[in-house]
Write a protein that binds this ligand. Structure first.
Ligand code: DGL
Length: 266
């Protein structure tokens, strides 16, 4: 299976996939050379997502997981139209889980500017319950901080407090962490919001959707075998290896470098 993100955030989705499907093979691609996607125009992110998904399809994967909320917001339907293999994104499972979880029908969203601008969460939440008050907040500083040398430092806590403030003031009881990077600093969100607010992440639900898609289509590997993993980045392989091992808590032996031009050629 192919899994991609702009950086290390999609590893949160990969982790849940490894737990759910240890017998499957995975190729993970982080587009570090072009990170962050959040501030870019949606049309540009759509182009990147199409290049990467085509590249992964050429590698022979049987399903592609778009493990980036910004890229899912920008491009999921286009990828599904374009590829021959199934494509699973990360937004729908979270919107569904949030509508089920809220009791006061006030849901907040923390995400990148691109994800907020695309408005897909609002559409999906309102398709399920048109009476929900939906409050999106764009968090431009979080992804660069999570990808930095000090992801758990005071700057990150300050930024989370600032972005959470309008949601706390509005009394939301459910917050969608609508960016695959955010679970990497989950304890910070939990401390800032406290116990009474339900935090919704996509990784687990997305892994379930992937597993069900494989089962229904009869694409599963033999459950007795052990899966193999490949890690690719358009950026610096050593930096990705170090950060990937820290966040995934799995030793990553080899990281292969892929030129952005190779993606564009796919
Ligand atoms: N991990 C991505 C997301 O889920 C994007 C982060 C970024 O590149 O801005 O939105």
């Amino acid at each position: 299976m192919g899994v991609f993100d702009s950086g290390v955030g999609g590893l949160t989705v990969l982790h849940e996939c490894l737990v759910t499907m240890p017998h499957e093979d995975f190729v993970y691609l982080g587009d570090h050379a072009r990170l962050p996607y959040g501030p870019r125009p949606l049309a540009e992110v759509r182009r990147f997502a199409r290049e990467i998904a085509s590249y992964l399809q050429e590698q022979g994967v049987k399903l592609v997981v778009n493990a980036c909320n910004t890229a899912t917001s920008a491009a999921l339907p286009q990828l599904q139209e374009q590829l021959d293999v199934p494509v699973v994104g990360v937004i729908t499972p979270e919107a569904h889980a949030a509508v089920q979880a809220t009791r006061n029908r006030r849901i907040g969203l923390l995400a990148t500017e691109g994800t907020v601008e695309a408005g897909r969460y609002r559409e999906l939440v309102h398709a399920l319950d048109a009476g929900v008050d939906f409050l999106p907040v764009a968090c431009p500083r979080l992804v660069p901080l999570i990808e930095s040398d000090d992801p758990f430092g005071a700057k990150t806590t300050d930024a989370v407090r600032e972005y959470a403030a309008p949601l706390k003031e509005a009394g939301v009881d459910t917050v969608i962490l609508g960016c695959t990077h955010y679970p990497l600093i989950r304890p910070i969100f939990q401390r800032v919001f406290g116990r009474d607010v339900t935090l919704v992440f996509s990784a687990e639900e997305t892994a379930q959707e992937v597993a069900q898609t494989l089962a229904r289509k009869g694409y599963e590997n033999d459950p007795a075998r052990e899966g193999r993993y490949r890690f690719l980045t358009t950026g610096d392989p050593d930096a990705f290896r170090e950060m990937g091992a820290r966040f995934l808590q799995l030793p990553i032996a080899d990281v292969e470098h892929v030129e952005v031009a190779a993606l564009a050629a796919a």
